[in-house]
Every structure is written in C-alpha cells, then in structure tokens.
Design a protein around this ligand. Sequence first.
Ligand code: PLP
Length: 333
Amino acid sequence: MNLAQFPRRGYVKEATPIEFLPNFSKALGGKVNVYIKRDDLLPGTSGGNKTRKLDFCIADALAKGADTIITCGAVQSNHCRLTLSWAVKEGLDCYLVLEERVKNSYKPEASGNNFLFRLLGVKGITVVPGGSDMMGEMGKVAEKLKAEGKKPYIVPGGASNALGALGYVGCMEEIMHQMFIQGLTFDHMVVPSGSAGTHAGIIAGMIGNNINIPVTGIGVNRPKAVQQEAVHKLANQALDLIGVEQRVPADKVIAFDDYVGPGYSLPTDAMVEAVKLLARTEGILLDPVYSGKAMSGLIDLVRKGYFREGSNILFLHTGGSPALYAYLDCFGN
Ligand SMILES: *Cc1c(COP(=O)(O)O)cnc(C)c1O
C-alpha cells in the first residue's frame, strides 16, 4: 500500500501522541488499560480528525485550480471549522452550508464552532432544513459563484469520500508504527463513527496492512445497520482508490447506535459523565457530539465486560472540544 502516491498538503507533519490513561482506567475499575490517540491535537484551528482528510482533499482542490472551497455540516460542525481554517491558510475563500438537523438550532450569535466560523472570516453561510440534499445545496452555491467568475471546489460533508478516508488509512499506519516504536500492543480500538470516513479509513488501513485488531465504532447519528453499511462501502472504496484488491469482511464493521440518545448532537447523561470523567481524571477535553458520546460507549462497554480483562484498548480522540462552549447548560453552568 503506497499512500505517498497521493498529493497532500502536509498538514500532518508528525505523529499525534498515544498516551496511557492511568487515572481514567483506574476510575473504570482497573479491569482494562485505556490508551488514547490524541488526534484532538492535530494542527488546524483547535485540532481534530478532519485535518487528516483535508490534507488530501485540499491538495485535490488546488490541483484542480480552485480558488474557493464549499463544504457543509451541522450548525456546530467541527468539519466546517477545520475546512475554513485550512482554506484561510491556503488563501482560499470558504462558503459553508449548514444543516439544521435539529429544528431551529442555528443561532447566528451562538458560541462554540459557530463563533469561530465568523472569527475565521467565512465568506458566506447558507442555512438549510434538516434532511436537505446537501450535495444539491452546495451545488447551488457553486453555480452562483461560477457565474461570478470563481472556481469553487466542493468538499463533501465530513470530507468523507474515498480520498478523505485515506487520511485515516494514514493514521492507522501511524498507529502501527507507534506500536512498534513504543512496544505497545492493542487488543481493541474504539472510534467515533459519524460521516464514516474516519471509521472506514481505520478499517481500510487494517485490511491493507494485515493488522487484525478488532475495531468498535460508536455511532453518533444513524441506526446501526445503516451506519455499518456506509462504513463498509466507504472502506471498500478507499481500498479501491489505493489499489488493494482485498475486500472488507462485513463482520469487521461494527457501529453501535446505543449511545446516540434522542438524536444527533442532542446531549445524553452518559455523554456528560464521560466528558466530566476524562476532564477530571486526565485533564483532556472531549466534545458533546462525537468523542463524548463515543467515550460514553467505551465506558458502558467496559462496565458490561465487553472487553477481556487486562486488555489494552485504544480510543481514538477525534477532537471537537470547541463545541463544549455551545453546551454550557448540560454541564451545570
Ligand atoms: C466529524 C467528527 C467525527 C466523526 O468522524 P467521521 O469521519 O465523520 O465519521 C468524530 N469526532 C469529531 C470531533 C468530529 O468532528
């Protein structure tokens, strides 16, 4: 597998740390050893997983002569914040289409990522109702910009196409190298599963490199079967793009939907517990929409005895902490 054949912008210059979480593991009863992959510390405004994907997608945009980036996400989208951040860095204009997945959730004056959209100088925001055809909506913005003489490039939601997923194939190779250098073995990996590129890239990286560590995805939005299908399809597309003929066995793709709660981005008690526990044992911030819910899944699975006693578990921290500032009410403020 040769990822170096794909143009990148070099946003990821060094490996993000893998850290042991001794206090957190102890707080969960000491039955398992929890480690964390700190992708929350990736470069780009406030860090997070989209940087690895955008490293490939923005390179593609520049190769195609784009001067403007259009992307989409929810009203507190980390992906939108990071796409905008890298567009700024590259001297590109950036337009966002925001989906109100929760009715009336867009507040122009909101804090968190929404505040950062404006601080970073977004060129335009279009708000559309939940369930809209996001590709179609971004296409409309693109047509308007083309008529003005601009050269827009559309990055799909979450940068979760095959090209973006390569970012997490690269992450899996990085983890493999760190395991070797640090003398670590992992018995299990736990990853958040949203627009699917992260989860799919990790799985494709495992298959392509013949690594057999079980991966458990924690869904934040869609029902289990739908999410697993999306991850499975995208992982195979990523393997096609790299030129790996092997297919992903369907039973390697697990994405639990038990931790979504009432819906995407809506808080759960277990999320609040997970965010507080990691903050108060290790000083690490999760987020309310993705990594907090994913960690609530890990906590529940540890308590249920899902992982063998004494096993080493690697949790992928995908970032998102700016969204905490839009959720002060949930944390007793
Ligand atoms: C986008 C996002 C995810 C989910 O990653 P996908 O590749 O969309 O599945 C997880 N955590 C954070 C903080 C995110 O912003």
